[in-house]
Design a protein around this ligand. Structure first.
Ligand code: ZN
Ligand code: ZN
Length: 342
C-alpha cells in the first residue's frame, strides 16, 4: 500500500465529440482501493466531477493529478480556478474530500442530484437515521444477536467525520449543465446517483463498472435504492444513445459500454433468481447469505447480508416470496423473518 506513490499514477486524457476534454485523475480513495475524479474542460470552463474521499492519499493524489494536467497539458487546473464541482452520488469515496477541496476552491459552485443533497447538508442526521434502519434490517435478517454490535460498528466506520458542505445547485434527470453535461439519473446503488454524458463520453460513476457489480442495499435501509431501481436504471443505461467510451468512478475505461451494461443486467437478474432458488424452504436472509457466499466475515459480511436482503426485498415486493413466520411479526417489532417461495 505504501508503495503506491503519487508519482506512479498517470492522468489520462480523452476528447469528447462536443469539444470537451476530460482528464481522468487517479486517486487512492481508500488504502489500496483506487477511484477516479474527472476534470472536464469545455471552452473556458473547468468542472471537477467528484473529489475523492479525503482519506489517506486521496487528497494528495487529487492535487498531484491537477499538477500533471497543468504541466503536461498546459491547462491551469489549480483548485482556485475551478468553476464547478459536481458530485455523482453521496458515497464517501466520491465526496468525502469536499471540505478540503472547498477550502482551496471557495469560488467553485457545488452541485449534485437533488436526492443526494441531504447527504451533504444533513450528513449526521442521515447517518444516524440510517443506522436505526440498518439495525432493524439486521434483526429481521436473522443475524445472530452476538454479531449485531460488530456489524453496526462496521456500518458506522469512519462515518462521523464529514462536516456539512453547502450545496449551490441541484439538478434532476435530463437536465443539461453548462451545455456540457447531460444528466442521467440512475438510482439503485445510491438514491441520487447520476451518470453524466459529455458528447460521446459517458461518466458512469458507480452505476456500471467493467468488473464489479456494485454494492446494493435494500430500500428499507435507504429509500430510492434497492434492486428494483437498480434494474430499471440499467435498462435506462442501455437506452442512452451514442456512447463511444465509458469512464467509471473505479476500474478502467470501457469502449464496449453496451456490452458491459448487458452483462451487468444479466448478472443482476441471475443473482435475484439464485436467491429465489434458496427460498425453496423458509429461510432468513442471513441463512440465504450463508448458503450463497463462501464466507461471511469482515466488512464483506455487512455488504453480503445487505445485498441478499436487497434481492429478497425485490422478490417479496413482487409477490414471489412471502413471509413464512407471520405469527412472530405479530408478537415482536423486529423478529427474524423467514421467506419462502409463493
Ligand atoms: Zn458508490
Ligand atoms: Zn465508488
Amino acid at each position: 500500500m505504501a508503495e503506491t506513490t503519487t508519482q506512479t499514477k498517470q492522468v489520462e486524457v480523452f476528447d469528447a465529440s462536443n469539444g470537451a476534454r476530460i482528464f481522468r485523475l487517479p486517486l487512492e480513495v481508500f488504502p489500496a482501493y483506487m477511484g477516479y475524479a474527472h476534470l472536464v474542460q469545455h471552452g473556458d470552463r473547468l468542472t471537477l466531477v467528484d473529489v475523492g474521499s479525503g482519506y489517506g492519499n486521496s487528497h494528495a493524489d487529487l492535487l498531484a493529478g491537477l499538477e500533471q494536467v497543468r504541466e503536461a497539458h498546459g491547462v491551469d487546473a489549480r483548485l482556485d480556478r475551478i468553476d464547478r464541482i459536481i458530485i455523482t452520488h453521496g458515497h464517501i469515496d466520491h465526496f468525502g474530500g469536499l471540505m478540503r477541496v472547498k477550502e482551496a476552491a471557495p469560488q467553485a459552485e457545488v452541485g449534485l442530484h437533488r436526492l443526494a443533497k441531504p447527504v451533504l447538508v444533513s450528513y449526521d442526521e442521515r447517518v444516524l437515521v440510517t443506522r436505526t434502519a440498518v439495525e432493524d434490517f439486521l434483526r429481521r435478517a436473522g443475524v445472530p444477536p452476538e454479531r449485531l454490535p460488530g456489524l453496526l460498528e462496521m456500518y458506522m466506520l469512519g462515518k462521523r467525520e464529514f462536516k456539512p458542505v453547502p450545496v449551490d445547485f441541484t439538478f434532476g434527470d435530463g437536465d443539461v449543465i453548462d451545455d456540457t453535461f447531460r444528466v442521467i439519473h440512475v438510482p439503485g446503488h445510491a438514491p441520487g446517483l447520476v451518470m453524466l454524458l459529455v458528447g460521446d463520453v459517458l461518466l458512469t460513476a458507480d452505476h456500471v463498472l467493467p468488473h464489479t457489480s456494485v454494492a446494493l442495499a435494500p430500500e428499507s435501509i435507504m429509500p430510492y435504492t434497492g434492486i428494483g431501481h437498480y434494474i430499471e436504471s440499467l435498462e435506462k443505461a442501455l437506452a442512452v444513445e451514442g456512447v463511444r467510451l465509458a469512464l467509471g468512478g473505479h476500474e478502467e475505461p470501457v469502449e464496449d459500454y453496451y456490452g458491459m451494461v448487458r452483462r451487468t443486467l444479466d448478472g443482476a437478474r441471475g443473482r435475484v433468481e439464485l436467491v429465489y432458488e434458496h427460498c425453496d424452504e423458509p429461510r432468513t436472509i442471513y441463512e440465504i447469505a450463508l448458503r450463497i457466499y463462501d464466507s461471511l466475515d469482515g466488512y464483506s459480511e455487512l455488504l453480503k447480508v445487505e445485498q441478499t436482503g436487497a434481492r429478497v426485498e425485490y422478490l417479496h415486493q413482487r409477490g414471489r416470496l412471502a413471509i413464512d413466520n407471520l405469527d412472530s411479526l405479530e408478537e415482536e417489532h423486529s423478529p427474524p423473518l423467514r421467506f419462502r417461495q409463493v
